[in-house]
Design a protein around this ligand. Structure first.
Ligand SMILES: NC(=O)c1ccc[n+]([C@@H]2O[C@H](COP(=O)([O-])OP(=O)(O)OC[C@H]3O[C@@H](n4cnc5c(N)ncnc54)[C@H](O)[C@@H]3O)[C@@H](O)[C@H]2O)c1
Length: 284
């Protein structure tokens, strides 16, 4: 059985990832600075801003394990505006540099980490170059949080250049939602501007977890980034109508389904075999 450490396994996305990996035969360890609500797998209290702790947790821990095969790095302050900008920068870039560096020291060549939809240019005060957005245009971070996600993607590219056998998969998650969050979705319809900032997209935590698992199981090398969103929007209004009203003049690709997400997951579907199975429309 392959062992994977999930950083941030106590968090919103991490909980779903831990469950998904356990369900698919992985031996999972949760590394977090806070304990999980429910202990589904071994938990190790680690502050990833401490490099010594991070190296220790990715190599061997007495009475727990003596090797780690893969890392799913999700731990971060998960949005702009929760703490001052330099605190976001300090926690997130330091943690990620420590995790990526410790993985190299430990000889772990299978790394998946949480990037973010924000690098696509949220909140789109500057309109996107085209719709649906995808991975084909350079990052456009507009906040310190997003700047760190952008820098992490650059960091991964260079680390993989140093070590061609390393695989680093960056998943640009949309806004993570659990089933309990879906009750408020119908209220979004009243004002298209409420969710314009992320193109009316979201990701069901269970499908986000599937993407993490498929990233870990993908037999690739080098750095690849993927947009990971649910297949549909949060709205009842057709996506083409929303695009035309809120982003006039922005080219919209052909064949857009009625409620199809304006964040394209075509690359993840093609390369990782990502097949999202959930929509909020089945829960309200
Ligand atoms: N929530 C979203 O909408 C969203 C969208 C896109 C990307 N992401 C990214 O997905 C990942 C998971 O987000 P989430 O929504 O589950 O967030 P969350 O806050 O629910 O979970 C993050 C976890 O990371 C842990 N953590 C943070 N800093 C740490 C450190 N220094 N050492 C150890 N543990 C630390 C926290 O204790 C927490 O349990 C993050 O990287 C986030 O940036 C989230």
């Amino acid at each position: 059985m392959s062992r994977v450490v999930v950083t941030g396994g106590s968090g919103k996305l991490g909980r779903a990832v831990v469950r998904e990996l356990l369900d698919h035969g992985w031996d999972v360890v949760n590394l977090d600075r806070v304990p999980p609500r429910e202990e589904l797998c071994p938990f190790l209290r680690v502050d990833l801003t401490d490099y010594g702790q991070t190296v220790g947790a990715l190599t061997a821990v007495d009475d727990r394990y003596d090797r780690v095969d893969a890392v799913a790095h999700l731990a971060a302050i998960p949005a702009p505006g929760l703490v001052p900008n330099t605190a976001v920068f300090g926690n997130n870039i330091t943690s990620t540099h420590h995790v990526f560096s410790a993985a190299r020291v430990a000889g772990i060549r299978n790394v998946v980490w949480a990037s973010s939809e924000t690098v696509l240019g949220l909140p789109f005060d500057t309109p996107p170059p085209y719709l649906p957005v995808d991975e084909e245009y350079p990052g456009r971070p507009e906040s310190t949080y997003s700047l760190v996600k952008h820098l992490e993607e650059q960091l991964a590219v260079q680390l993989c250049r140093w070590d061609p056998e390393l695989k680093m998969v960056g998943l640009r998650f949309s806004n993570v939602m659990e089933v309990a969050d879906y009750a408020r979705f119908p209220s979004f319809d009243a004002d298209p501007k409420l969710r314009r900032w992320n193109l009316w997209s979201y990701i069901d935590a269970r499908d986000g977890a599937q993407a993490v698992r498929k990233g870990l199981e993908w037999d690739g090398a080098g750095t690849e980034v993927f947009v990971i969103a649910s297949p549909d929007s949060v709205m009842s209004t057709p996506s083409a109508e929303l695009a035309a009203a809120e982003f006039p003049g922005v080219e919209v690709g052909g064949g857009l389904g009625t409620h199809e997400s304006l964040m394209s997951t075509a690359k993840a579907r093609r390369i990782l075999g990502y097949t999202p199975a959930h929509t909020w429309r089945n829960h309200v």
